[in-house]
Design a protein around this ligand. Structure first.
Ligand code: HEM
Length: 485
C-alpha cells in the first residue's frame, strides 16, 4: 500500500506535523506557517450551533418494508405494495438537555425517521409519547425555556418546570405519562415511537383520511425506575448511544412495527373531542390499529458529526398522499424545523449526503447560497417557466384539500362535546396498576415538593385533582409528607 501523504486543506504536502515553525530555535512563531494557522483556525470552527431542543441524540440507518396493503388509504408510492422496501435514517434523542447531557433521564425521547422514497424524502418527526404538553405553537418557546437551564442559575429548575405546568392545564395528560413508568426508557431500542400529531392521508381516488402513527418496538418496552436512571446516568452518560451502537455492531438489528389509526375525514368535525388536539389520544376502541410495515435499523453511521449532527428532519417534508392536518402545533412545526436548519446548517443543508434524496433527485430553480455544492449543468435556465426545458410542475395536488370556514383571528380550537384538559389524564391514571400509581405519585411528588412557591404547588395539585380525585389526594399527601419530612 502506498504511503499516504499528510497535506494542507489545499492539498500541499506537510513537512512537519510535530513542530511549528519559529524564528530560530526557541524563538517566536512565524506567521508564514500556513499549516499551523490553518490547523488552529479549522479546529476553532469544528462546532456548529446545537439543536435548540433534542440536542443530544443517536442515529442509525435501516429500511422499511410494507407488510400490509394500505393502498386504499394513501397513494404514497413507498407504501404502495406489500413487500416494497425503502431505505431510511433515524435519529433518537432526549429533549431538554444540551449536547453532553446524560441519556438515562426522565424526558420524552425524539423518534425521527427520514424515508428516502422515490417521490422525495418523507420525514416523520415524532416522539416516544403519543401526546404532548401543549397544543399551540405560540407556547413552545416559553415551554422549552421553562424546561431547559435557567438563565441565571445555569441549571434545570423545578420552580420553572412546574410553574409552566401550573399555567398549562392541558399538559396534565403528558405530565402523567412522563412521570409514569415509561418516563425513562431503558434504551432507544426499548421504546415505542409515535407521530403524535394527526396527519392526513389521501388515496388515489382523492379520499381523505386522518391518521395517527404508532411504531411498536419489537424489543419490548423496557424502562428504568427513577433510582435506576440516576445510577445509570452517573455511570454511563451515553448509555442510549452505547446500547444502540453496540447492538447494531453485534448484528442485533432493532425493529419496530408500524401501525396507523385511521379516521375517515368526514368524522372529524363530529368526534367527541378535537381529533387534532395533540394533548389527546384516540381511543383504540374508536379507531383500532391497522398494521402497515416494519422498520429495521441495521447500520451505524460512519461519522457522528457528518451524519447525525448534520441530519435535518422536517415535518413539512411530505410526499404525495401524505399531508398535514389542521393541528395548530403541527402547523407551527411546518415552519420551525427548516428555519432551524437554515440557521444551524445553512441554506444548502439538503445537499448533505444524509439529507439529500436518494431514490430520486431534487430538481428545481433554487440556486446558489453559502456552500452550494451542486452546480447546475452549463446552459440550464434558472427561472421558470422558460422556453428551453427544465423541471416543470405536475399539476396534481399532493393531498386532498381541507375545507375551512370562519374569520381570521386568534381563535381557541373549535369546541367539541368533550374537550376538557383532564379526562384523558384521569383515564391513564385509572389504567395503571396500584404499584404503577404509587411510583407515579412518588415521581411527581419528588419534583413538585422542590418547588419554592405554595401557589405554584397548589395550581399543579388542582390539575391532578381534576384528572381523578384519588390521584389528586395521593399527590397532595406525598408532596406534603416530603415538604414536612
Ligand atoms: C410547535 C411545537 C414545536 C416546535 C416549534 C419545535 C421545534 C423544534 C426545533 C427548532 C427543533 C430542532 C431542529 C433542528 O435543529 O434540526 C426540534 C427538534 C425535534 N423536535 Fe420539535 N418542536 C415542536 C414540537 C415537537 C413535537 C410535538 C414533537 C414530537 C411529536 C417534536 C419532535 C422533535 C424531534 C424528534 C426533534 C429532533 C429531530 C432530530 O433528531 O434532528 N417536536 N423541534
Amino acid at each position: 500500500m502506498s504511503k499516504r501523504v499528510l497535506t494542507t486543506e489545499s492539498g500541499a504536502p506537510v513537512a512537519d506535523n510535530q513542530n511549528s515553525a519559529s524564528a530560530g530555535v526557541g524563538g517566536p512563531l512565524l506567521l508564514q506557517d500556513q499549516h499551523l494557522l490553518e490547523k488552529l483556525a479549522r479546529f476553532n470552527r469544528e462546532r456548529i450551533p446545537e439543536r435548540v431542543v433534542h440536542a443530544r441524540g443517536s442515529g442509525a440507518y435501516g429500511h422499511f418494508t410494507v407488510t400490509d396493503d394500505v393502498s386504499d388509504l394513501t397513494s404514497a408510492a413507498f407504501l404502495s405494495t406489500v413487500g416494497k422496501r425503502t431505505e431510511l435514517f433515524t435519529r433518537f434523542s432526549t429533549v431538554a438537555d444540551n449536547l453532553g447531557g446524560a441519556d438515562a433521564v426522565r424526558d420524552p425521547r425524539g423518534f425521527a425517521v427520514k424515508f428516502y422514497t422515490e417521490e422525495g424524502n418523507y420525514d416523520l418527526v415524532g416522539n416516544n409519547t403519543p401526546v404532548f404538553f401543549i397544543k399551540d405553537p405560540l407556547k413552545f418557546p416559553d415551554f422549552i425555556h421553562s424546561q431547559k437551564r435557567d438563565p441565571f442559575t445555569g441549571k434545570q429548575e423545578p420552580d420553572n418546570v412546574w410553574d409552566f405546568w401550573a399555567h398549562a392545564p392541558e399538559a396534565t395528560h403528558q405530565v402523567t405519562w412522563l412521570m409514569g413508568d415509561r418516563g425513562i426508557p431503558a434504551s432507544y431500542r426499548h421504546m415505542n415511537g409515535y407521530g403524535s400529531h394527526t396527519y392526513q392521508w389521501t388515496n388515489a381516488a382523492g379520499d381523505a383520511f386522518f391518521v395517527k402513527y404508532h411504531f411498536k418496538t419489537n424489543q419490548g418496552i423496557r424502562s428504568l425506575s427513577a433510582e435506576q436512571g440516576q445510577e445509570l446516568a452517573g455511570k454511563d452518560a451515553n448509555s442510549h448511544q452505547t446500547d444502540l451502537l453496540q447492538a447494531i455492531e453485534r448484528g442485533v438489528h432493532p425493529s419496530w412495527t408500524l401501525y396507523v389509526q385511521v379516521m375517515p375525514a368526514a368524522e372529524a368535525d363530529g368526534y367527541r373531542f378535537n381529533p387534532f388536539d395533540l394533548t389527546k389520544v384516540w381511543p383504540h376502541a374508536d379507531y383500532p390499529l391497522r398494521r402497515v410495515g416494519r422498520l429495521v435499523l441495521d447500520r451505524n453511521p460512519d461519522n457522528v458529526f457528518a451524519e447525525v449532527e448534520q441530519a435535518a428532519f422536517s415535518p413539512n417534508n411530505f410526499v404525495p398522499g401524505i399531508g398535514p392536518s389542521p393541528d395548530k402545533m403541527l402547523q407551527g412545526r411546518l415552519f420551525a424545523y427548516a428555519d432551524a436548519h437554515r440557521y444551524r446548517l445553512g441554506v444548502n443543508h439538503t445537499q448533505l449526503a444524509v439529507n439529500a434524496p436518494r431514490a430520486t433527485t431534487a430538481d428545481n430553480y433554487g440556486r446558489d447560497g453559502l456552500m452550494a455544492a451542486n452546480a447546475q449543468p452549463r446552459g440550464e435556465k434558472n427561472y421558470e417557466p422558460n422556453s428551453y426545458g427544465g423541471p416543470a410542475e405536475t399539476g396534481t395536488p399532493l393531498s386532498a384539500p381541507l375545507a375551512v370556514h370562519g374569520h381570521t383571528g386568534t381563535h381557541e380550537a373549535p369546541a367539541h362535546s368533550k374537550d376538557d384538559h383532564f379526562f384523558q389524564a384521569g383515564e391513564l391514571y385509572r389504567l395503571m396498576s396500584e404499584e404503577e400509581r404509587g411510583r407515579l405519585v412518588a415521581n411527581i411528588a419528588g419534583g413538585l415538593s422542590q418547588v419554592s412557591r405554595e401557589d405554584v404547588i397548589e395550581k399543579n395539585l388542582a390539575h391532578f385533582h381534576a384528572a381523578d380525585p384519588e390521584y389528586g389526594k395521593r399527590v397532595e399527601a406525598a408532596v406534603q409528607a416530603l415538604r414536612e419530612g
